[in-house]
Design a protein around this ligand. Structure first.
Ligand code: FES
Ligand SMILES: [Fe+2]
Length: 367
C-alpha cells in the first residue's frame, strides 16, 4: 500500500483576516525577527529606531558594549524615546525630558523628586530579547523564547565556515520589493526550486547547477545547497581561490529571514515584512567588506532584481490570485523521497510549521 499524498495548505491560511491577525499578534511576536546590522552601532550610545508589525523599537549600544533593544516608548506618558538613528550618552524623552541610561533605567526627570512615592529605580524601559548573530541583530518579543542556536541548530557554525570574512561584512545596498501577495506565498516560492528551470533561466543557467540543488530542514531553518556554474556559463567573475567559491547556499530562518551566499562568498539577505494578508515587502540586502561600494556586487544586485526577483513577483502574485479562486482546492505536493531540485518536501515542512503553530493557538481542523 502506498502512503496518501501530502496536500498543500488550505487557501484560508492566505486570505482569512483572522489568520493574519493571529500571525501578526502571536507568530511574529514569538519568533526571531531581523532588526538591523551591528555595523550600525559602532560607538557606545549609538542607536537606531525601527518598526516591526506596528510596534516601534530601538537598538542601542551600552557602555558595556552590549546591544539591547527596547520598545520605543517612554514609561511616563508613552511618547517615543528616539527617532531615526544617532548617538547619545543618555536617552532623554522629547516630551517631558525623563532621562534613562543606556540599559533602560530611569535616572531622573524634571521635578520628579517632588513626588516622594515615585521611585525612579522601579521604572525601566521595556526590553525585548536581543541576539547578535554573526553581526546581524535579531529580536524576539517573547522573553521566554529559546535562543537562535536552539531554533536554528548548526547555522551559526556553518555560515562562519562558509563565509570566511563574515566579521568584516557590512550592508552596501538594500532593494525594496513590493509584492501583492500573502507573505507565505512569497516564502514558499523562495523555499522550493521545482519552479526554477521553467521560470529562472538566468539563475538556473548562469549561477547554479539545478541538478545539484537540495533543500533540507534543520530545526526551524531550511538549508539550500547547490554547486555553482563554472567557466563561461557563470554570469559574474568569481575568485576561485577562496573556500566554497563554487557553491551556493542559503539558510532560511523561519518565518521572515534568509541568509544567502552566492558563489564567490557574496552575502545577501531576504527579509520579508508582511503589511497585511495581501501584501508583503521584501528587503534584499547586499553586503561587502566594510560596506565598501563594489561594482560587481552592484551589477549582481541589478541583475538579480531584473531577473530572479522580477520573475518571482509575477509568480507569487499570480498564485495569490489563484488561491482565492472557487475553482481551487489544495493539490498534492511532489515529495520525492530522494529530495533534490524537483521535490517540494520543503513546502511540506513549512506547512507543518504553520499547522503546528495554529494548532497551538487552538484553531480547529478546518485550518
Ligand atoms: S512621555 Fe516621556 S517624559 Fe513624558
Ligand atoms: Fe523563484
Amino acid at each position: 500500500m502506498t502512503d496518501a499524498p501530502v496536500y498543500a495548505l488550505d487557501p484560508s491560511y492566505y486570505s482569512d483576516p483572522k489568520i493574519f491577525e493571529t500571525e501578526f499578534k502571536q507568530l511574529f511576536t514569538s519568533t526571531w525577527q531581523f532588526a538591523g546590522h551591528a555595523s550600525q552601532l559602532v560607538q557606545t550610545g549609538d542607536y537606531f529606531a525601527f518598526e516591526l508589525f506596528g510596534e516601534g523599537f530601538f537598538c542601542v549600544k551600552g557602555e558595556d558594549g552590549q546591544i539591547r533593544t527596547f520598545y520605543n516608548v517612554c514609561q511616563h506618558r508613552a511618547h517615543p524615546l528616539v527617532n531615526g538613528c544617532g548617538s547619545a550618552s543618555k536617552l532623554t524623552c522629547p516630551y517631558h525630558a525623563w532621562t534613562y541610561d543606556l540599559k533602560g533605567q530611569l535616572e531622573f526627570g524634571p521635578n520628579l523628586k517632588s513626588v516622594e512615592a515615585i521611585d525612579c529605580r522601579k521604572i525601566r524601559l521595556t526590553e525585548v530579547k536581543t541576539e547578535v548573530f554573526l553581526n546581524f541583530i535579531f529580536i524576539n518579543m517573547d522573553l521566554e523564547s529559546n535562543s537562535m542556536d536552539q531554533w536554528f541548530p548548526g547555522v551559526r557554525d556553518e555560515i562562519e565556515q562558509f563565509l570566511s570574512d563574515w566579521s568584516s561584512l557590512a550592508p552596501v545596498e538594500w532593494i525594496e520589493i513590493n509584492e501583492n501577495c500573502n507573505w507565505k506565498v512569497s516564502v514558499e516560492n523562495y523555499s522550493e526550486c521545482y519552479h526554477c528551470a521553467l521560470n529562472h533561466p538566468s539563475f538556473a543557467t548562469g549561477v547554479i547547477k539545478p541538478n545539484t540543488y537540495d533543500i533540507r530542514p534543520q530545526g526551524y531553518c531550511l538549508r539550500h545547497t547547490t554547486e555553482a556554474r563554472t567557466g563561461k556559463s557563470m554570469s559574474y567573475p568569481v575568485n576561485k581561490s577562496i573556500p566554497h567559491a563554487n557553491e551556493y547556499s542559503s539558510w532560511y530562518l523561519w518565518p521572515m529571514f534568509s541568509f544567502q551566499v552566492y558563489p564567490g562568498q557574496v552575502l545577501n539577505t531576504y527579509h520579508w515584512r508582511p503589511v497585511d494578508s495581501e501584501k508583503v515587502v521584501v528587503w534584499r540586502g547586499w553586503y561587502t567588506k566594510d560596506g565598501e561600494k563594489n561594482e560587481t556586487i552592484h551589477q549582481l544586485a541589478i541583475q538579480d532584481r531584473k531577473t530572479t526577483v522580477a520573475e518571482d513577483i509575477r509568480l507569487v502574485e499570480s498564485v495569490h490570485r489563484g488561491l482565492k479562486s472557487r475553482g481551487y482546492s489544495p493539490g498534492p505536493l511532489v515529495i520525492d523521497p530522494k529530495f533534490g531540485v524537483n521535490s517540494e518536501h520543503s513546502i511540506a515542512t513549512l506547512h507543518s510549521w504553520m499547522r503546528e503553530f495554529f494548532k497551538g493557538q487552538g484553531y480547529s481542523d478546518q485550518y
